[in-house]
Design a protein around this ligand. Structure first.
Ligand SMILES: NC(=O)c1ccc[n+]([C@@H]2O[C@H](COP(=O)([O-])OP(=O)(O)OC[C@H]3O[C@@H](n4cnc5c(N)ncnc54)[C@H](O)[C@@H]3O)[C@@H](O)[C@H]2O)c1
Length: 416
């Protein structure tokens, strides 16, 4: 099929590249010239994902800022970023602008095509916001063109693997013809395909991430209690996880979740619930606990050294290992607090320094060895390489349970 992908970020680039690998013709539309150049000049990928560079070297794809290129596509994926502020208001500027341009280009198209929303939206928003704009050109959804909402569940860091090996494919469909086309596109994957309404698909995405976030805040709460009682939270989680009703994933206590999805999806879900007159107490507390958890390392460090004038070494800036993404990374809040308390920061990360530098241009970015040589070390991302370091003689506050760090002269785990 002829496919267009609007937005060549983590979701769009992976979606398009993997579908190109499966034999489809793919064009990317983006507003970011550097990303387009990287795609067209076959330079290093504009984002880091394991296996992406190799995948891009095996396929032919095209990047452009010209929406005219989508004119004869069978399926157009919308993968632009959507943002939510602390109140859960969702900023749709990029999505609205992309949708308007799609609508204009396709207003004269005679044949049927399908628009697929992959960007994360609140339940009901594809119908209430996207479809009216798509119909502005006079074409009718469900008749002249189809609309699907196909949420993305990939994990950053393993996104190529996850796209090619999905656990499930959810197709929210406005009309059955578009759902059938999308079904065909995904049929080669060995995964259950579930067809549902647009708003149910939107809710499946938010509820899935809401549940994962809840597990993390739950185990962090258990961890905070365990720390006071001298119980090892990780042993507790292991014991819990052996129960097949519970399972062992997302039970690593620590400094909580970050990234572009979990915090935002939770905020959207909370705000949507409030809009319809429901107070989602559980979800609000999951989010609030996660915010508090981020500051635990600083609280613990203060027990051992005065922060004013101290030099702190940060190990890990990415929101999780395997990615260069720092969106909502725990390191942001921690670095902000350390600086506000008068400490200086020397930070190390194997992949995420350049992205973090955009947020904090004035802190020191140093080698791993230099970060290890500070008054105290804070471990904020569970990179494999941190498991091999020599922590003896150091003061270490561990947010991610790096076993070897327990050899430190002074060691504090956040929940253990
Ligand atoms: N990153 C994830 O792990 C993940 C997983 C599931 C769902 N999502 C959702 O998918 C969506 C995209 O997330 P992402 O992480 O890929 O974002 P991203 O910021 O990495 O990529 C978005 C891309 O869209 C481009 N863009 C913005 N406005 C545009 C416009 N008008 N026309 C063309 N391109 C435009 C940007 O330049 C950027 O390259 C979001 O709604 C996100 O919540 C993300």
């Amino acid at each position: 099929m002829k496919l267009s992908v609007i937005g060549a970020g983590y979701v769009g680039l992976i979606t398009g590249a993997c579908l190109a690998k499966l034999g489809h013709e793919v064009v990317f539309i983006d507003v970011d010239r550097e990303k387009l150049e990287a795609i067209n000049d076959r330079k290093a990928p504009p984002i880091y994902e394991e296996g992406l560079e190799e995948l891009l070297s095996q396929i032919h794809i095209e990047g452009s800022s010209d929406y005219g290129k989508i004119a004869d596509s069978d399926v157009i994926f919308i993968c632009v970023d959507t943002l939510a502020d602390d109140g859960g208001s969702i900023f749709l500027d990029n999505l609205l602008s992309a949708t308007k341009q799609i609508s204009q280009v396709l207003s004269k198209r005679e044949s049927y095509y399908v628009i697929v929303v992959k960007s994360t939206l609140g339940p009901g928003m594809t119908e209430e916001t996207v479809i009216p704009i798509l119909e502005e050109g006079g074409r009718k959804a469900g008749k002249d063109f189809g609309v699907c909402m196909c949420p993305e569940f990939l994990r950053e860091g393993q996104a190529v693997y996850d796209f090619m090996n999905p656990a499930r494919i959810v197709i929210g469909e406005y009309d059955s013809r578009s759902g059938e086309m999308l079904d065909q596109l995904h049929r080669s994957f060995d995964a259950p395909i579930m067809h549902t309404s647009l708003r149910t698909a939107e809710m499946i995405k938010l509820a899935s991430n809401g549940f994962l976030a809840t597990r993390i805040s739950f185990i962090n709460e258990i961890g905070n209690i365990c720390k006071q009682l001298g119980i090892d939270t990780y042993e507790v989680a292991q014991g819990m996880g052996l129960d097949s009703r519970i399972g062992s994933t997302f039970l690593n206590a620590g400094i909580g979740f970050g990234g572009s999805c979990l915090p935002k999806d939770l905020r959207i879900l909370i705000s949507r619930a409030q809009q319809v007159g429901y107070q989602p107490e559980l979800l609000r507390n999951v989010a609030a606990l996660n915010e508090k958890q981020a500051l635990k390392p600083v609280e613990l460090l203060k027990k051992h050294i005065p922060l004013k004038g101290a030099t702190t070494g940060i190990l890990g800036l990415a929101f999780k290992p395997g990615t260069d993404d720092v969106r909502n990374s725990r390191a942001i809040k921690i670095v902000q607090t350390l600086l506000a308390e008068g400490a200086s920061v020397k930070a190390y990360d194997p992949l995420a320094v350049e992205n973090f530098r955009k947020l904090f241009p004035n802190i020191d970015y140093v080698s791993r060895e230099e970060a290890m040589n500070c008054d105290a070390i804070l471990i904020l991302t569970e990179w494999e390489e941190f498991k091999e370091l020599d922590y003896r003689g150091k003061i270490v506050i561990d947010g991610r349970r790096i076993e070897k760090a327990r050899e430190a002269r002074i060691y504090e785990g956040v929940c253990w």
